[in-house]
Design a protein around this ligand. Sequence first.
Ligand SMILES: Cc1cc2nc3c(=O)[nH]c(=O)nc-3n(C[C@H](O)[C@H](O)[C@H](O)COP(=O)(O)O)c2cc1C
Length: 330
Amino acid sequence: MINSAEKASRLSVAPMMDWTDRHCRFFHRLMSREALLYTEMVTSPAVIHGDRDRLLGFDGAEHPVALQLGGSEPSELAEATRIAEGYGYDEVNLNVGCPSDRVQSGCFGAVLMERPGLVADCVAAMIAATKVEVTVKCRIGVDDQLPEEVLPAFLETVSAAGVTRFAIHARKAWLQGLSPKENREVPPLNYPLVEAMKRAYPHLHISVNGGLQSLDQARGFLERGLDGAMVGRAAYHEPWEILGRADEVIFGGAPGPDPFEVVELMKPYIAGHLARGGRLHQIARHMLGLFHGRPGARGWRRVLSERGHGADAGLDIVDAALAEVRRLAA
Ligand SMILES: Cc1cc2nc3c(=O)[nH]c(=O)nc-3n(C[C@H](O)[C@H](O)[C@H](O)COP(=O)(O)O)c2cc1C
């Protein structure tokens, strides 16, 4: 049976630390009713010992939404997965792709590409703990591994433990010498290898990730047989270009609201956040790219970033930014 997250994963917004928080996801959901949205990575110890409502709480409007976990201790990941199920997530994803130092030191993220057996133990424990689908996001390899050899072996070992859906960032991670940012840019993309994995393992559901710049590019991969396209930075920086057209271009449905309507739809959400003592900037920072590529985009960004920070910044700043778009677009 196809669950809602699997269907939605034809187009997903990648997990991004500090970016895909609940405010960002609420905003993204207004533009696409269909796309799958990922949380930032949360480590399994944080889920177990931390402030759960702050780390895991989300608005029901965000569905379908997937929690990404980081960790490599099977019993801990199982416990975190059980807790995530209680919060109503549609999918729990294990991070086998993140190369940051902090993550490496805890032996999780991309370094796990070297330990497929441990990943298999982790996902088996997670699957046994929940009815929610468990998925994996990985790289094609790390350091001097040969992707053509290690990626198929990784997929075989991990799928034998019960995972059938993977998102593959189509480049290696270099664990020494590159910053996380460089690791998203420097190692070359190898899309043909990801496409070859789909041909070799047609029973697996495979999404391609890394460097996707447009919906047309995403659709191209779907037409060539991949099951999903996962977009990170482009979806964040040009949210309407990716998500506002996604329901029509990728899912064959009606287009989402236009950017002006999106702002109006965000206002009650922002007002609620402000009423609870939150800051405008915490939400508005995710909205800076909304008018990307349109007349007035710069004015929108400038007003929100220059005047949206203050403790008393309210909806009047959003209106002022909107007025600037209209003025510059006229
Ligand atoms: C700011 C930022 C934070 C990220 N945090 C995570 C994360 O928490 N977990 C993860 O698996 N990948 C993380 N990534 C990697 C993305 O999920 C994605 O794999 C990568 O950006 C490549 O896709 P893109 O070229 O479409 O952006 C992050 C990327 C960015 C830009």
